[in-house]
Design a protein around this ligand. Structure first.
Ligand code: COA
Length: 330
Protein backbone atom coordinates (compact mmCIF):
# COMPACT_ATOMS: atom_id res chain seq x y z
CA UNK A 1 0.00 0.00 0.00
CA UNK A 2 1.40 3.41 -0.88
CA UNK A 3 0.56 6.37 1.32
CA UNK A 4 0.17 9.95 0.16
CA UNK A 5 3.42 11.92 -0.14
CA UNK A 6 3.23 15.39 1.31
CA UNK A 7 5.90 18.01 1.85
CA UNK A 8 6.54 18.85 5.46
CA UNK A 9 8.53 21.77 6.86
CA UNK A 10 11.37 20.09 8.77
CA UNK A 11 13.52 23.17 9.40
CA UNK A 12 13.18 26.95 9.55
CA UNK A 13 15.73 29.75 9.66
CA UNK A 14 15.99 33.51 9.33
CA UNK A 15 18.28 36.49 9.06
CA UNK A 16 17.23 39.87 10.34
CA UNK A 17 19.70 42.56 9.38
CA UNK A 18 21.55 44.20 12.27
CA UNK A 19 20.90 47.88 11.48
CA UNK A 20 17.74 49.27 13.11
CA UNK A 21 15.92 52.17 11.43
CA UNK A 22 13.28 53.63 13.75
CA UNK A 23 10.31 55.84 12.95
CA UNK A 24 12.18 58.63 14.73
CA UNK A 25 15.09 58.17 12.29
CA UNK A 26 12.62 58.46 9.39
CA UNK A 27 11.17 61.67 10.86
CA UNK A 28 14.56 63.22 10.11
CA UNK A 29 14.53 61.97 6.50
CA UNK A 30 10.99 62.63 5.19
CA UNK A 31 7.89 64.56 6.22
CA UNK A 32 6.40 61.90 8.49
CA UNK A 33 5.86 61.20 12.18
CA UNK A 34 6.19 58.25 14.52
CA UNK A 35 2.50 58.63 15.40
CA UNK A 36 1.36 58.52 11.77
CA UNK A 37 3.44 55.43 10.98
CA UNK A 38 2.37 53.56 14.12
CA UNK A 39 -1.29 54.43 13.72
CA UNK A 40 -1.55 53.77 9.96
CA UNK A 41 0.73 50.71 9.75
CA UNK A 42 1.67 49.32 13.18
CA UNK A 43 5.38 49.61 12.33
CA UNK A 44 7.83 51.05 14.90
CA UNK A 45 11.14 50.04 13.38
CA UNK A 46 12.60 48.01 10.54
CA UNK A 47 16.00 46.47 9.77
CA UNK A 48 18.50 47.72 7.21
CA UNK A 49 21.35 45.55 5.98
CA UNK A 50 24.92 46.84 6.10
CA UNK A 51 26.57 48.15 2.93
CA UNK A 52 28.59 45.00 2.34
CA UNK A 53 25.72 42.57 2.86
CA UNK A 54 24.20 40.99 -0.26
CA UNK A 55 20.78 39.45 -0.73
CA UNK A 56 22.47 36.07 -1.25
CA UNK A 57 24.35 36.46 2.08
CA UNK A 58 21.10 36.95 3.96
CA UNK A 59 19.43 34.08 2.10
CA UNK A 60 22.38 31.76 2.73
CA UNK A 61 22.34 32.57 6.45
CA UNK A 62 18.62 31.78 6.75
CA UNK A 63 18.83 28.60 4.68
CA UNK A 64 21.88 27.34 6.61
CA UNK A 65 19.86 27.68 9.83
CA UNK A 66 16.91 25.83 8.30
CA UNK A 67 19.18 23.03 7.06
CA UNK A 68 20.74 22.77 10.51
CA UNK A 69 17.34 22.52 12.23
CA UNK A 70 16.31 19.89 9.69
CA UNK A 71 19.31 17.81 10.76
CA UNK A 72 20.54 17.36 7.21
CA UNK A 73 23.55 18.66 5.28
CA UNK A 74 23.40 21.35 2.56
CA UNK A 75 24.29 18.71 -0.03
CA UNK A 76 21.12 16.81 0.87
CA UNK A 77 19.03 19.52 -0.83
CA UNK A 78 17.66 18.54 -4.25
CA UNK A 79 16.56 22.06 -5.13
CA UNK A 80 16.80 25.67 -3.95
CA UNK A 81 14.00 28.14 -4.67
CA UNK A 82 14.47 31.80 -3.80
CA UNK A 83 11.60 34.29 -3.77
CA UNK A 84 13.02 37.79 -4.22
CA UNK A 85 12.52 41.08 -6.05
CA UNK A 86 15.94 42.29 -4.93
CA UNK A 87 18.32 39.77 -6.50
CA UNK A 88 22.08 40.34 -6.19
CA UNK A 89 22.07 40.98 -9.95
CA UNK A 90 19.52 40.75 -12.78
CA UNK A 91 21.54 37.75 -13.96
CA UNK A 92 22.19 35.05 -12.70
CA UNK A 93 19.63 33.87 -10.14
CA UNK A 94 20.37 34.72 -6.52
CA UNK A 95 19.63 31.06 -5.73
CA UNK A 96 22.78 30.10 -7.66
CA UNK A 97 24.88 32.24 -5.31
CA UNK A 98 23.04 30.74 -2.35
CA UNK A 99 23.83 27.23 -3.59
CA UNK A 100 27.54 28.06 -3.63
CA UNK A 101 27.51 29.94 -0.32
CA UNK A 102 25.85 27.18 1.69
CA UNK A 103 27.86 24.42 -0.01
CA UNK A 104 24.90 22.65 -1.62
CA UNK A 105 25.52 20.12 -4.37
CA UNK A 106 26.75 21.71 -7.60
CA UNK A 107 24.06 20.11 -9.74
CA UNK A 108 21.19 21.06 -7.42
CA UNK A 109 18.72 23.12 -9.50
CA UNK A 110 18.53 26.60 -7.99
CA UNK A 111 16.29 29.37 -9.26
CA UNK A 112 14.46 32.55 -8.29
CA UNK A 113 10.75 33.32 -8.23
CA UNK A 114 9.57 36.87 -8.97
CA UNK A 115 6.22 37.01 -7.18
CA UNK A 116 7.02 39.99 -4.94
CA UNK A 117 5.60 39.64 -1.40
CA UNK A 118 3.98 36.34 -2.41
CA UNK A 119 7.38 34.90 -3.41
CA UNK A 120 7.68 32.58 -0.43
CA UNK A 121 4.17 31.10 -0.83
CA UNK A 122 4.82 30.69 -4.57
CA UNK A 123 8.19 29.05 -3.78
CA UNK A 124 6.60 26.61 -1.33
CA UNK A 125 3.85 25.71 -3.79
CA UNK A 126 6.43 24.98 -6.51
CA UNK A 127 8.60 22.95 -4.12
CA UNK A 128 5.49 21.08 -2.99
CA UNK A 129 4.73 20.12 -6.60
CA UNK A 130 8.22 18.68 -7.12
CA UNK A 131 8.05 16.78 -3.84
CA UNK A 132 4.58 15.32 -4.38
CA UNK A 133 5.57 14.00 -7.81
CA UNK A 134 8.71 12.42 -6.36
CA UNK A 135 11.06 14.58 -8.45
CA UNK A 136 12.65 16.09 -5.32
CA UNK A 137 12.86 14.88 -1.73
CA UNK A 138 14.24 17.91 0.08
CA UNK A 139 13.89 21.49 -1.12
CA UNK A 140 15.19 24.71 0.42
CA UNK A 141 12.70 27.56 0.00
CA UNK A 142 13.87 31.08 0.80
CA UNK A 143 12.14 34.45 0.93
CA UNK A 144 14.72 37.23 0.93
CA UNK A 145 14.68 40.98 0.33
CA UNK A 146 17.14 43.81 0.52
CA UNK A 147 14.49 46.43 -0.03
CA UNK A 148 16.46 49.32 1.46
CA UNK A 149 18.47 49.35 -1.80
CA UNK A 150 15.38 49.90 -3.98
CA UNK A 151 13.48 52.32 -1.73
CA UNK A 152 13.28 56.03 -2.39
CA UNK A 153 14.14 57.59 0.96
CA UNK A 154 12.56 60.80 -0.32
CA UNK A 155 9.15 59.14 -0.83
CA UNK A 156 7.23 58.95 2.45
CA UNK A 157 4.53 56.83 0.80
CA UNK A 158 6.88 53.87 0.55
CA UNK A 159 10.10 54.30 2.54
CA UNK A 160 8.46 54.00 5.95
CA UNK A 161 6.88 50.64 5.15
CA UNK A 162 9.62 48.23 4.19
CA UNK A 163 12.63 46.48 5.74
CA UNK A 164 15.39 43.98 4.93
CA UNK A 165 15.54 40.32 5.93
CA UNK A 166 15.47 36.68 4.94
CA UNK A 167 13.64 33.55 6.02
CA UNK A 168 13.88 29.96 4.86
CA UNK A 169 12.43 26.50 5.29
CA UNK A 170 13.43 23.01 4.30
CA UNK A 171 10.52 21.06 2.86
CA UNK A 172 10.89 17.27 2.84
CA UNK A 173 8.83 14.37 1.49
CA UNK A 174 6.76 12.87 4.28
CA UNK A 175 4.19 10.10 4.43
CA UNK A 176 2.96 10.62 7.99
CA UNK A 177 -0.09 12.64 7.01
CA UNK A 178 1.41 15.90 8.29
CA UNK A 179 2.72 18.65 6.04
CA UNK A 180 1.30 20.98 3.43
CA UNK A 181 -2.37 20.13 2.94
CA UNK A 182 -2.93 22.57 0.09
CA UNK A 183 -1.53 25.61 -1.68
CA UNK A 184 -3.44 28.15 -3.78
CA UNK A 185 -1.83 30.78 -6.02
CA UNK A 186 -3.39 33.72 -7.87
CA UNK A 187 -2.28 36.64 -10.06
CA UNK A 188 -4.32 39.53 -11.45
CA UNK A 189 -2.27 41.02 -14.27
CA UNK A 190 -4.72 43.91 -14.73
CA UNK A 191 -3.29 45.38 -11.50
CA UNK A 192 0.40 45.44 -12.47
CA UNK A 193 0.73 49.22 -12.12
CA UNK A 194 -0.28 49.34 -8.45
CA UNK A 195 3.13 48.20 -7.28
CA UNK A 196 6.10 48.47 -9.61
CA UNK A 197 9.70 49.48 -10.18
CA UNK A 198 9.26 51.29 -13.50
CA UNK A 199 12.86 51.32 -14.77
CA UNK A 200 15.83 49.01 -14.92
CA UNK A 201 14.12 46.21 -16.84
CA UNK A 202 13.83 45.73 -20.59
CA UNK A 203 10.74 47.97 -20.78
CA UNK A 204 12.77 50.94 -19.60
CA UNK A 205 16.49 50.18 -19.50
CA UNK A 206 18.65 52.20 -17.13
CA UNK A 207 19.62 55.61 -18.48
CA UNK A 208 20.65 58.93 -16.99
CA UNK A 209 17.06 60.11 -17.37
CA UNK A 210 15.54 57.11 -15.54
CA UNK A 211 17.97 57.58 -12.68
CA UNK A 212 17.30 61.34 -12.51
CA UNK A 213 13.55 60.62 -12.44
CA UNK A 214 13.99 58.13 -9.58
CA UNK A 215 12.33 55.40 -11.61
CA UNK A 216 14.50 52.60 -10.20
CA UNK A 217 12.70 52.78 -6.89
CA UNK A 218 9.50 51.12 -5.69
CA UNK A 219 6.33 52.98 -6.68
CA UNK A 220 3.08 52.03 -5.01
CA UNK A 221 -0.60 53.01 -4.99
CA UNK A 222 -0.89 52.18 -1.29
CA UNK A 223 -4.59 52.82 -0.81
CA UNK A 224 -5.55 50.60 -3.74
CA UNK A 225 -3.19 47.81 -2.70
CA UNK A 226 -4.67 47.99 0.79
CA UNK A 227 -8.20 47.42 -0.50
CA UNK A 228 -7.23 44.38 -2.55
CA UNK A 229 -5.00 43.04 0.23
CA UNK A 230 -7.79 42.65 2.78
CA UNK A 231 -10.14 41.15 0.23
CA UNK A 232 -7.73 38.73 -1.48
CA UNK A 233 -5.83 37.59 1.61
CA UNK A 234 -9.17 36.75 3.21
CA UNK A 235 -10.51 34.89 0.17
CA UNK A 236 -7.27 32.89 -0.20
CA UNK A 237 -7.40 31.98 3.50
CA UNK A 238 -11.03 30.91 3.30
CA UNK A 239 -10.36 28.85 0.18
CA UNK A 240 -7.52 27.03 1.99
CA UNK A 241 -9.89 26.15 4.84
CA UNK A 242 -12.78 25.17 2.59
CA UNK A 243 -10.56 22.92 0.46
CA UNK A 244 -9.59 20.96 3.55
CA UNK A 245 -13.02 20.86 5.16
CA UNK A 246 -11.74 23.06 7.98
CA UNK A 247 -13.13 26.16 9.65
CA UNK A 248 -11.60 29.20 11.37
CA UNK A 249 -11.76 27.46 14.76
CA UNK A 250 -9.51 24.66 13.51
CA UNK A 251 -6.62 27.04 12.84
CA UNK A 252 -4.06 27.23 15.65
CA UNK A 253 -1.57 29.68 14.15
CA UNK A 254 -1.80 32.19 11.29
CA UNK A 255 1.42 33.35 9.67
CA UNK A 256 0.29 36.05 7.25
CA UNK A 257 2.37 38.52 5.27
CA UNK A 258 3.23 41.44 7.57
CA UNK A 259 2.36 44.44 5.38
CA UNK A 260 0.17 46.55 7.62
CA UNK A 261 -1.40 45.92 11.03
CA UNK A 262 -4.72 47.27 9.76
CA UNK A 263 -4.67 44.78 6.88
CA UNK A 264 -4.08 41.92 9.33
CA UNK A 265 -6.86 43.20 11.55
CA UNK A 266 -9.25 43.37 8.58
CA UNK A 267 -8.34 39.83 7.49
CA UNK A 268 -8.76 38.52 11.03
CA UNK A 269 -12.30 39.92 11.16
CA UNK A 270 -13.29 38.73 7.67
CA UNK A 271 -11.96 35.20 8.11
CA UNK A 272 -13.16 34.92 11.70
CA UNK A 273 -9.83 34.00 13.30
CA UNK A 274 -8.96 36.15 16.34
CA UNK A 275 -5.84 38.27 16.00
CA UNK A 276 -4.21 36.56 18.99
CA UNK A 277 -3.73 33.50 16.80
CA UNK A 278 -1.75 35.57 14.26
CA UNK A 279 2.04 35.74 14.54
CA UNK A 280 2.79 39.47 14.57
CA UNK A 281 6.23 41.01 14.18
CA UNK A 282 5.49 43.92 11.84
CA UNK A 283 6.18 46.33 14.70
CA UNK A 284 9.88 45.31 14.68
CA UNK A 285 10.56 44.47 11.04
CA UNK A 286 8.04 46.33 8.87
CA UNK A 287 7.17 44.74 5.54
CA UNK A 288 10.05 42.49 4.42
CA UNK A 289 8.12 41.31 1.34
CA UNK A 290 8.81 37.65 0.51
CA UNK A 291 10.88 37.28 3.71
CA UNK A 292 8.01 38.24 5.96
CA UNK A 293 6.25 34.86 6.31
CA UNK A 294 9.37 32.71 6.78
CA UNK A 295 10.84 35.16 9.33
CA UNK A 296 7.59 35.13 11.33
CA UNK A 297 7.35 31.36 10.98
CA UNK A 298 10.91 30.89 12.20
CA UNK A 299 10.22 33.09 15.23
CA UNK A 300 7.04 31.15 15.97
CA UNK A 301 8.74 27.76 15.64
CA UNK A 302 11.79 28.70 17.72
CA UNK A 303 9.56 30.41 20.28
CA UNK A 304 7.56 27.19 20.76
CA UNK A 305 4.37 28.72 19.40
CA UNK A 306 3.88 26.01 16.76
CA UNK A 307 3.49 22.45 18.00
CA UNK A 308 3.05 19.02 16.41
CA UNK A 309 -0.49 18.56 15.11
CA UNK A 310 -1.21 22.31 14.89
CA UNK A 311 -2.96 23.66 11.83
CA UNK A 312 -0.92 26.55 10.42
CA UNK A 313 -2.42 28.94 7.87
CA UNK A 314 -0.14 31.11 5.73
CA UNK A 315 -1.11 33.75 3.18
CA UNK A 316 0.51 36.62 1.30
CA UNK A 317 -0.21 39.30 -1.29
CA UNK A 318 2.12 41.49 -3.29
CA UNK A 319 3.02 43.11 -6.60
CA UNK A 320 1.46 41.59 -9.69
CA UNK A 321 -0.88 41.63 -7.95
CA UNK A 322 -0.04 38.14 -6.82
CA UNK A 323 -1.42 36.37 -3.79
CA UNK A 324 -1.90 32.93 -2.32
CA UNK A 325 -2.29 30.72 0.71
CA UNK A 326 -0.92 27.50 2.17
CA UNK A 327 -2.39 25.34 4.90
CA UNK A 328 -0.17 22.96 6.84
CA UNK A 329 -0.66 20.31 9.52
CA UNK A 330 2.48 20.66 11.69
N1 COA B 1 3.75 60.00 6.85
C1 COA B 1 2.78 60.95 6.94
N2 COA B 1 1.81 61.07 6.06
C2 COA B 1 1.79 60.18 5.03
C3 COA B 1 2.75 59.19 4.90
C4 COA B 1 3.76 59.13 5.84
N3 COA B 1 4.75 58.21 5.79
N4 COA B 1 2.47 58.47 3.79
C5 COA B 1 1.36 59.00 3.26
N5 COA B 1 0.95 60.04 4.01
C6 COA B 1 -0.19 60.91 3.79
C7 COA B 1 -0.67 60.91 2.37
O1 COA B 1 0.10 61.79 1.59
C8 COA B 1 -2.10 61.40 2.53
O2 COA B 1 -2.09 62.78 2.65
P1 COA B 1 -3.22 63.65 1.91
O3 COA B 1 -4.53 63.16 2.50
O4 COA B 1 -2.86 65.03 2.26
O5 COA B 1 -3.09 63.30 0.46
C9 COA B 1 -2.51 60.82 3.89
O6 COA B 1 -1.29 60.47 4.57
C10 COA B 1 -3.35 59.58 3.78
O7 COA B 1 -2.78 58.74 2.84
P2 COA B 1 -3.42 57.39 2.47
O8 COA B 1 -2.67 56.78 1.34
O9 COA B 1 -4.89 57.54 2.37
O10 COA B 1 -3.11 56.60 3.82
P3 COA B 1 -3.56 55.16 4.17
O11 COA B 1 -4.33 55.21 5.40
O12 COA B 1 -4.13 54.43 3.00
O13 COA B 1 -2.16 54.48 4.53
C11 COA B 1 -0.53 53.03 3.56
C12 COA B 1 -1.16 54.41 3.56
C13 COA B 1 0.50 52.96 2.46
C14 COA B 1 0.11 52.79 4.91
C15 COA B 1 -1.65 51.99 3.34
O14 COA B 1 -2.44 52.37 2.25
C16 COA B 1 -1.11 50.62 3.09
O15 COA B 1 -0.55 49.99 3.97
N6 COA B 1 -1.32 50.07 1.88
C17 COA B 1 -0.91 48.74 1.56
C18 COA B 1 0.54 48.73 1.35
C19 COA B 1 1.06 47.37 1.18
O16 COA B 1 0.68 46.49 1.89
N7 COA B 1 1.93 47.23 0.21
C20 COA B 1 2.66 46.06 -0.02
C21 COA B 1 1.82 44.96 -0.39
S1 COA B 1 2.84 43.63 -0.17
Amino acid sequence: MTSLIRSRIIGTGSYTAEGVLTNRDLERMVDTSNDWIVERTGIRERRVAGKNVLTSDMAAHALRQAVEMAGIGPDDLDMIVCGTVTPDRPLPATAAYVQRKIGAAKNCPSFDIAAACSGFIYGMAIADGFIRTGTAKRVGVVGVELLSRILDFKDRNTCVLFGDGAGAVVLAADESGSGLLSTHLFTDGSLTELLTIPAGGSAMPASEATVADRLHYVHMEGKEVFRFAVRYLSSAAMLALETNGAGPDDVNVVVAHQANMRILDGVSKRVGIPLDRFVLNIERFGNTSSASIPIALDEAVRGGRVNGGDMVLMMALGGGLSWGSALARW
